[in-house]
Design a protein around this ligand. Structure first.
Ligand code: ADP
Ligand code: MG
Length: 499
């Protein structure tokens, strides 16, 4: 009877699977965690393993990795929970035969098991065949060709592409799987095309080197090498390649390659990226809607005041209302500008300029506002900082955002507060631009989120885009941004630009 091992930390899943699999005629072993499962695997050597992915301690991925290390031919089916697509894909990459999702239905279980059984059967036949192949290649009498017809059919029906070439690189075997991957028919391929035509320029030669070399599964073998092959129309298809050299009494006669089509795995991966992007889009849209709603609220209030002013002939109310409307027009225009600059893909306009000059410009621009609030704005410029290559407008924007935030870190009537802007040439460690304030500081939770798009603690007065833009510009310069802060003591933002 066929042996099967179930590894799952949930007793109910274990029992259920054991029951239904025994009815299918398997001898079922169960384990409640990875280490116990591996122990049973080593002892009983079951042909199929069903393992949960999420388990405390050793997870299913690790179990899969170790089982495949011990016996690459074991068929491992992983059981995934809802939303564990990333893990499922990782498992497929590690050569899991299949994945089924929880709750496990009889139907998906049966399909997965049937596929695993088929693979085992095919592989056994293929092994026999491969051992026999040297004869097929060498002897060409009618008689032998007939004898090999059965095995030939087996090769043909394998899901994977199987291609063999002789020493000169001429294709001698090209199965249906290979047809599906490469787009050539067997008639077009066998004896007609050269193995190098199946790969991008130069790739075949490199693969040959790897087969002969030691690093990828020992000399004469290559195991699960991830590579792209060429179709008849010049398209690239990702595959996993395993290859063996067939020799006869030390004389090399042919090379056989197994091509595992990875398009489906790649597609799943791309789908995952798309769905993650959709989540990000959703969050951004919600953030924008929130900001716009705040602004709209201010505008409605303004309009209401203007209306009342006209009705009751109160010019004071009209003036106040109009003030409010104008302020909110400014807000929304600032927000749109910022969003556009965040979404812009034009590269920065680099030019040679003086960073100290940019710092001075920004401080001049902010001097009045700082003064109005009773904040001292101090400059500490490094005189040894000479010309650098940056996008001056971009760096200007960054510093303006940091200094604005620093000033906003104080209450309206802060006296005794200080904002220090400094530049420093750190030699090999890059150029540092630092904005330090003695304002309200931030809690750890806030500090961790400040660089996020649309994150603001300023309600309608903030857009939450300033630091996101700053970070984008700094990254475009190949630099980094550091944030330190202590509640009630102050904050310190440092931009580090490469020299
Ligand atoms: P906004 O200023 O529009 O809120 P930013 O991206 O510029 O957006 O800043 C995000 C948030 O980071 C601010 O709302 C604030 O909570 C926090 N923050 C930024 N700079 C400072 C600072 N110097 N001191 C305290 N908090 C700050
Ligand atoms: Mg800001």
């Amino acid at each position: 009877m066929k042996k099967l091992l179930v590894i799952d930390d949930e007793a109910s899943t274990r029992d259920l699977l054991k029951l239904s699999l025994e009815m299918e005629g398997y001898t079922v072993f169960v384990a409640e965690d990875g280490p116990k499962g591996l122990e049973i695997f080593a002892r009983e050597n079951p042909s199929v393993v069903l393992t949960d992915i999420k388990m405390p301690g050793m997870d299913g991925i690790e179990v899969l990795r170790r089982i495949k290390e011990q016996s690459p031919d074991a068929e491992v089916i992983v059981i995934t929970g809802h939303g564990e697509m990333t893990l499922a894909i990782e498992a497929l990459k590690l050569e899991a035969s299949d994945f089924i999702s929880k709750p496990v239905s009889d139907e998906s279980l049966n399909i997965a098991l049937r596929r695993a059984e088929e693979k085992i059967w095919l592989r056994n036949r293929l092994r026999e065949y491969t051992e026999d192949l040297e004869r097929l290649v060498k002897e060409t009498s009618e008689e032998l060709v007939k004898r090999h017809e059965l095995e030939h059919n087996l090769i043909q029906s394998s899901m994977d592409g199987i291609i063999a070439n002789d020493r000169q690189g001429n294709i001698i075997i090209f199965n249906e799987g290979a047809e599906r991957i490469h787009g050539y028919t067997q008639e077009e391929a066998v004896s007609k095309i050269h193995v190098t035509q199946l790969y991008p320029e130069g790739q075949a030669r490199q693969i040959k080197k790897m087969i002969y070399g030691n690093e990828y599964g020992g000399p004469g073998r290559l195991i699960n090498y991830s590579v792209e092959v060429l179709t008849n129309t010049g398209k690239l298809v990702p595959i996993l390649l395993s290859a063996t050299i067939i020799d006869d009494k030390g004389e090399e006669v042919a090379t056989v390659g197994h091509f595992k089509d990875m398009r489906e795995v790649k597609r799943l991966e791309e789908e995952l990226v798309t769905s993650e992007r959709m989540v990000a889009v959703g969050q951004t849209t919600a953030g924008i809607a929130h900001g716009v709603k705040n602004i709209l609220h201010g505008m409605k209030l303004g309009a209401f005041m203007i209306d009342t002013g006209f009705d009751k002939e109160k010019p004071e109310s009209i003036r106040k209302g109009w003030d409010l409307v104008r302020k909110n027009i400014n807000r929304i225009s600032k927000m749109t500008k910022e969003m556009l600059s965040l979404a812009s893909t034009t590269p920065p306009a680099f030019e040679v300029c003086s960073l100290n000059e940019i710092v001075e410009e920004v401080c001049e621009l902010m001097a009045e506002e700082a003064n109005r609030r009773g904040i001292r704005l101090v400059l500490e410029l490094d005189p040894s900082l000479t010309q650098v290559t940056v996008d001056p407008d971009g760096i200007h924007t960054c510093l303006l955002n940091l200094v604005t935030n620093a000033i906003e870190a104080f209450p309206e009537d802060a006296s005794g507060g200080q904002v220090t802007v400094s530049s420093r040439d750190e030699g090999g460690a890059g150029v540092h631009l630092q904005v330090r304030d003695t304002g309200q500081g931030m809690s750890e939770e806030i500090r961790e989120r400040v660089l996020e798009n649309l994150f603001t603690t300023k309600g309608a007065r903030g857009t939450g885009l300033g630091l996101a833009i700053t970070q984008k510009i700094v990254h475009e310069h190949g630099g980094t941004i550091q944030v330190e802060s202590e509640p009630k003591k102050g904050s310190c933002f440092t931009i580090i630009l490469p020299e």
